[in-house]
Design a protein. Structure first.
Length: 141
């Protein structure tokens, strides 16, 4: 199964699937060039360079508000928000855990964002996991 197959299998093809694929392509370029072993901030900086070179709009360390019963109860900083639609959480770890996955799902649940990528640059091979919060089959995204 290639990246396109997994995007289609998730039911989010079209423009949104293309965006995910483009961002994963950027991360692969960074991973193939730098390899593993650097701090997360190095990979974030390199990914920003790659995104800019491909003219993919993004925001770094975007502050996002968490609300409970319409009251602001906290905030967090997403590593990257791509085109206002895709949350990207970066790690420089050899192995991702259930806690890292829960972090992405919580970020999605706390925002209006529906899709997130968890990318890990700590191993020799890039780790990528894609998450969808509140998938609706009739959505146009």
């Amino acid at each position: 199964m290639n990246a396109n197959d997994s995007v289609q299998a998730a039911g989010l093809g079209g423009a949104f699937g293309d965006l995910s694929q483009r961002v994963i392509g950027c991360a692969l370029a960074v991973s193939n060039t730098l390899g593993g072993g650097f701090l997360e901030s190095v990979y974030e900086n390199a990914l920003a360079v790659e995104l800019e070179s491909r003219r993919i709009p993004f925001e770094r360390q975007k502050a996002l508000i968490v609300r409970y019963c319409s009251v602001e109860v906290g905030h967090f900083y997403a590593d990257l928000v791509i085109d206002g639609r895709l949350l990207v959480e970066l790690k420089a770890l050899r192995q991702l855990t259930a806690e890292h996955e829960a972090q992405v799902m919580n970020y999605l649940r706390a925002t209006d964002l529906r899709v997130g990528l968890l990318q890990s640059f700590g191993a020799p091979r890039l780790g990528v996991r894609r998450f969808v919060w509140g998938y609706q089959d009739d959505s146009t995204i």
